[in-house]
Design a protein around this ligand. Sequence first.
Ligand SMILES: [Zn+2]
Length: 333
Amino acid sequence: MKYFYPSLQALHKPSIDLSDGLPGYKHIETSDRVELILQGLLSAYEAEVVYVTDFDDAEVRTIHDDDYVDFLLAISKEIDQNAEYIPPVFRQDLTDSPLYFRGGMYCNEIGTPIGKESVKAGLNSAHTALSAATYMLQNNQSSFVLTRPPGHHAGRRRYGGYCFFNNAYLAAKKFADAGKKVAVIDIDYHIGDGSLEFACEQIPYFSLHSNIHKNYPYLDSDFKNENSYVTLNEFPSGISGEVYLQYVKKLIEQAVDDSLETIVLSLGFDTLETDYCQDEYIFVTPQNFQTIGTLFGALQQNIMILLEGGYDADNLKRCAAMFMDGFLSKKKL
Ligand SMILES: [Zn+2]
């Protein structure tokens, strides 16, 4: 088992988070997050850390639309060194508008500012997942990937929710292309509305998440997804960690059978009871992450554990250590 770290992640340094409207507050998707999580992982098990430096845009175009990737690269060139870009208008189709306005058709909200080097960091995060997939295919092992910026809110032609490229589905596609039977399991606090766009028969999506209307991404009230390759589980607000674990067990039962070979696990530490991003609190403790690690570690499949959210800097290190301790108590290295 190895840990994979995006070397360029700190180039993305969003300053103000306007997710909740005005006034903005200090952005919570910071580079410290992955530093703390890495420290936690290493305290549980000193795996080799692979530092990934790639950031080219060719492979993300296999799942993201060219005009979307082109826009992100073009706007990056225009942004001043310490400035940030947030689209000024939001419309379905701004193809004929000047570059500065076009972002409004590729983004749903104002919580994900783009800095000069943000897209480069996003590409590097995607490559970190891809490198881990290559390693897993060659070595028949699991991995932990410290993807930052995260990815599960990024759609085919849409960024937001702190995400630019869908790291989980990029990695899963690599497994599927290699002939592996793979599924994406998502236990971030939020539904991966980006991942939903990529779910397909070949790579089904199984998610456990908070209420989709009362929490980000605040989906349409008539939202429905009845695809057979999408399985959505919603936990009620206010539940204890013990009850949450029952939901995780059910999710695993839904997603995993003997024919499955590889799991891409979108892991968010934002289910933690002290995380600031929850509109409806649940009461998952650091100890509960140990049990979650144990549940996944007990599976026979190789698992790419891939970071999504998690913002409580005071507890990330501990949660990561607990998760990995649980995972390795069951998983053979
Ligand atoms: Zn989240």
